[in-house]
Design a protein around this ligand. Structure first.
Ligand SMILES: [Zn+2]
Ligand SMILES: [Zn+2]
Length: 242
């Protein structure tokens, strides 16, 4: 095809399907597959090499474990890792994904998670993915469960087996954002049930979610899965709140 025709085609696509960077709003080239402009995409921050060996919290002052994990309180969740730190650029992407119903971003985000996964060989034994469930009312309101789309995307890329519908959210818990650490734990108590224990029994389960803030939600779900017979439970999220 002649270059002029290709140029005209690209111009037409740009005019018909204008796309902007999910963070800074800069116009994106129509053939640019990423939802961020190159400048914002370069700002995505992989989980630093120095992170808590147990919970995956970025450690900016060195050491092998964060203060919470050094205490050695027994947990149901064996370990947690994240592909990225939850910085402003990723926050804009996650916000667009969840609250502006940009369901189409799931493929890109799952691809980024799949690309970062081999960097955590400690997660290799955990090959059965369980998405953190949303309460049915919240799922109806949003139209989809972002964690389920990420788990399905990881499975489609051959990284994991997706155990659909293994667990459910039985209580529509209030938002965790304004609660203290202790209150978050109490807020999550009894929030989940494992409807299909036969799917998790004896297996190493990897919980998949978009953002890990405190580990209260993941810990509560891990505890239910262990009660249902899971051998071990770890977590892998797109982002970790530092
Ligand atoms: Zn941008
Ligand atoms: Zn830790």
């Amino acid at each position: 095809m002649k270059p002029e025709i290709i140029m005209a085609g690209k111009w037409l696509l740009n005019a018909l399907l204008p796309r902007t960077c999910a963070h800074c709003g800069l116009d994106l080239h129509c053939l640019e597959p990423a939802p961020l402009c190159p400048g914002c995409a370069a700002c995505l921050e992989p989980l630093p090499e120095l992170h808590c060996k147990a919970c995956g919290l970025p450690l900016y002052d060195g050491g092998g474990a964060c203060r919470d994990c050094r205490g050695g309180a027994p947990r149901s969740l064996a370990l947690a890792r994240s592909a990225f730190v939850f910085n402003p650029q990723l926050r804009s992407l996650v916000h667009a994904f969840k609250y502006r119903a940009r369901e189409d971003l799931a493929g890109f985000l799952a691809g980024e998670m799949a690309a970062a996964l081999p960097g955590f060989p400690e997660l290799a034994p955990y090959s059965f993915a369980v998405a953190v469930p949303l309460h049915p009312a919240k799922r109806r309101e949003r139209g989809f469960n972002q964690a389920e789309l990420l788990a399905a995307g990881l499975a489609a890329r051959g990284n994991l087996f997706h155990l659909e519908g293994a667990a459910a959210r039985t209580r529509n818990t209030p938002s965790q954002t304004t609660l203290s650490k202790g209150d978050r734990k109490a807020n999550m108590a009894g929030a989940f049930s494992v409807g299909k224990p036969e799917l998790v029994r004896g297996r190493n389960i990897l919980l998949v979610d978009d953002v890990a803030t405190t580990l209260a939600t993941l810990e509560e779900l891990a505890s239910e899965l262990k009660k249902a017979g899971a051998k071990s439970v770890a977590a892998y999220t797109l982002a970790r709140e530092p």
